[in-house]
Each structure stands twice: as structure tokens, then as C-alpha cells.
Design a protein around this ligand. Structure first.
Ligand code: SF4
Length: 367
């Protein structure tokens, strides 16, 4: 069995009918429950539940404090390359876009690493566009060997890999995977992934599970909110995380809630996801999955990120750049999308202290 079977179970489900039929008494009953089932979770994504954001927030705060304390992990992305063979309608790295392409040499990786490490960060997320030719697994491995000198935790956000390749990277020093399904709706997925290997929906969908099988320490999934009706994508993201948590209890499972951001190109999202929608999604996920990590990245504005502290978020990016070489290299490649929170690591650290939270620079050391 794979998560695809769970997806198929709900594929034909009448979401609109269910979401419009949710009542006050249903929501109140759900809020009094210890453990929510899938349809309870879906009900919390309804319009009716929007009237209950305050009690949802109170419960989410309690669950977050109980399971994570007042700690927020900080990390930053490091873009290794923006070469890509795919034509994803919504992304600046789309192979049809005429942008400045760049791949870091190992010397440049070291320079970037030194610049980031000087901010005190110990957790890093390395990213590439999807090009096995420009950034083969062997290159990622070489970069990881350099990065191990500077960081205690190295996560990857690269094209989906086979189980053996995940195992190879774990052996080299990778301990975390981030992989977004973008949208769980298979038809919409085929529409926005116009050309390239990424059109293989199943290969991507099953990749987080392959990483779990390879014994990845932490796996972070998500949908790119705005590509499809967010109620459905948020629902499937929660179900996917729950499926992985149940099947691989040794793996730390988290979700990210990325919203589409301006980028090079002219893709206009069909679906809007308001700040209030984003808050509702985060609270519903916290209530459904009390032990799951939740990441809110620098795609979101400072004020919104600050207001989410304590409600469910457990991990923040800081001092981000989506440019290849964006931290220390003069000759940079173009970025993937515009970020909204441009604050430095020090500013994010101080913001967390001012709210009575502990910024965590290191919670893991590979030995
Ligand atoms: S989303 Fe990923 S695969 Fe698609 S164009 Fe951008 S970098 Fe390439």
C-alpha cells in the first residue's frame, strides 16, 4: 500500500457538499475530542470552522506547548543550482525561462557555508532545480561532504530519488528531506507540470515514503497553496503526514504551508489563499496532528510570521535567499521566487526572545 491508495479513497469525495454541510454542533464536538479522524480534520477546514478560529487557536496553542515547548528551530535554505529540466508553470526556474543559470562549485559551496555558519545557524536545507545532468546525486553528495564541516543537520530539497539514492545521501550526512507534492489533485498536477520528468505524479507522491524506508531522520511534506482549491490540498497534506507518521513512527514528520509567491514568469494562481485561510489550515493541522512539526518560511510577511508564533509553528527559515550564491557569491544566479520576510537571523532570534520563545540553532548532531 502507498499513500496513493489513500488519495484514491478520497479522490471522488464530494468535498463541496461535505464542507458546506458542516454545523456549529459538529465543530464544537470536534473541539472537545482528544483525537480527530480524517473527516473531523476536513470539517475544521470548512467555512463554518472559520467562525471558531479563536477556540481552535487556544487548543492549538496548548497542543503545541505540550509537544514542542517554547522552542522554534531556525534554518536557512542554500541554493546549489537553478538548472532545471522541467516546465512547471508556477516556477521561476522553469526550463523555458531565460534566467541567469548557475551551479555552485565546491569552493563556492564552502564560501556560502562559511557565510551562513557565521550567523550561528547549524541547520541547513540545500536545494537544486531538477536536473540529474547538472546536479547528479554524486554532486549533491560532494556538497554534503563540504557542508558537514559547518552544519550539524543537512536537509535536502531536490528532485525525488530512489530509495537506494536516499540511503546513499543519508550515508553521506543528510538527515532530512523536504519534498512538496505541489498539488495532490492528479489532474491539476498534470496541467501545471507541462513538461519534464516531474510529470510522474506517482514517483513524486511516493518519494517521502521511499525516504522513510531509507531511514531518513526527518521528512517534511506540503502542497504549494494556491495551485488548487486549498481545502483539498490542505486535507491531503494532513492525511499524507498522518499516513507517514503512523507507518514510520521513528521518522519525524513535518508539514510546510508554502503559498505561491511572485516569480519570474506570468503564472497567475487560480485560487487565492488569504492570511485567514493560512491560519485556519495551520490550526486544523495542529489539532489533527499534535506531534507534527510545522514550518512557515520567509515566503510569508514578518508580521504574519510573528503572529503565528505559539499557535503551531515549530520551525522558521531565517536570513533566506532563493538565489544561487545568494549568501556570499558575487556572480549569483537568479532566484526562484521573491521572499517576503527579509529579516536577518539576528532579527528573527530577537523577535522570538521578545515573544518568550527559544530560538534553537542546533537540536541534532550526526555522529
Ligand atoms: S518547481 Fe522545481 S522542478 Fe519545477 S521548474 Fe521549479 S525547480 Fe524545476
Amino acid at each position: 500500500m502507498s499513500f496513493y491508495d489513500v488519495y484514491l479513497k478520497y479522490k471522488g469525495f464530494d468535498f463541496n457538499d461535505f464542507l458546506s454541510s458542516v454545523t456549529d454542533s459538529q465543530i464544537m464536538k470536534i473541539l472537545s475530542k482528544e483525537k480527530l479522524n480524517a473527516l473531523d480534520f476536513l470539517a475544521l477546514l470548512s467555512d463554518k470552522a472559520k467562525e471558531y478560529l479563536e477556540p481552535m487557536a487556544i487548543k492549538a496553542r496548548q497542543l503545541t506547548l505540550k509537544n514542542f515547548g517554547r522552542a522554534i528551530l531556525l534554518y536557512t535554505p542554500l541554493y546549489l543550482s537553478n538548472y532545471c529540466v522541467n516546465q512547471c508553470a508556477y516556477c521561476g526556474f522553469n526550463c523555458k525561462n531565460k534566467i541567469a543559470r548557475k551551479k555552485l562549485s565546491l569552493d563556492e559551496v564552502r564560501k556560502e557555508a562559511q557565510a551562513i555558519a557565521s550567523t550561528g545557524l547549524k541547520h541547513i536545507l540545500i536545494l537544486t532545480g531538477e536536473s540529474r545532468k547538472h546536479t547528479p546525486v554524486s554532486y549533491i553528495k560532494d556538497c554534503v561532504k563540504v557542508l558537514r564541516d559547518y552544519f550539524s543537520s543537512i536537509s535536502i530539497e531536490v528532485y525525488p530519488l530512489d530509495t537506494a539514492e536516499y540511503a546513499e545521501l543519508i550515508e553521506a550526512g543528510v538527515d532530512g528531506l523536504t519534498l512538496y507534492q505541489e498539488t495532490y489533485d492528479q489532474e491539476v498536477y498534470m496541467e501545471v507540470h507541462i513538461k519534464g520528468p516531474k510529470r510522474d505524479y506517482r514517483y513524486r507522491l511516493d518519494a517521502p515514503e521511499r525516504a522513510c524506508i531509507a531511514s531518513m531522520r526527518s521528512v517534511n511534506i506540503g502542497a504549494l497553496l494556491g495551485l488548487n482549491d486549498w481545502h483539498k490540498d490542505a486535507f491531503f497534506t494532513g492525511l499524507h503526514a498522518s499516513y507517514l507518521q503512523d507507518k514510520y513512527p521513528d521518522v519525524e514528520i513535518s508539514v510546510s504551508l508554502p503559498r505561491l509567491r511572485p516569480h519570474f514568469g506570468n503564472f497567475a494562481p487560480k485560487f487565492t489563499v488569504s492570511d485567514k485561510d493560512l491560519v485556519q489550515i495551520m490550526l486544523a493541522i495542529r489539532l489533527f496532528l499534535p506531534r507534527a512539526g510545522i514550518t512557515i518560511s520567509t515566503r510569508e510577511r514578518p508580521q504574519l510570521r510573528d503572529n503565528l508564533i505559539g499557535l503551531g509553528v515549530t520551525r522558521l527559515s531565517a536570513g533566506s535567499s532563493t538565489q544561487v550564491g545568494g549568501h556570499a557569491i558575487e556572480d549569483k544566479g537568479d532566484g526562484q521566487f521573491d521572499i517576503a520576510d527579509t529579516r536577518s537571523v539576528v532579527q528573527i532570534r530577537d523577535m522570538l526572545y521578545s515573544k518568550g520563545f527559544q530560538p534553537v540553532f542546533k537540536d541534532w548532531q550526526a555522529i
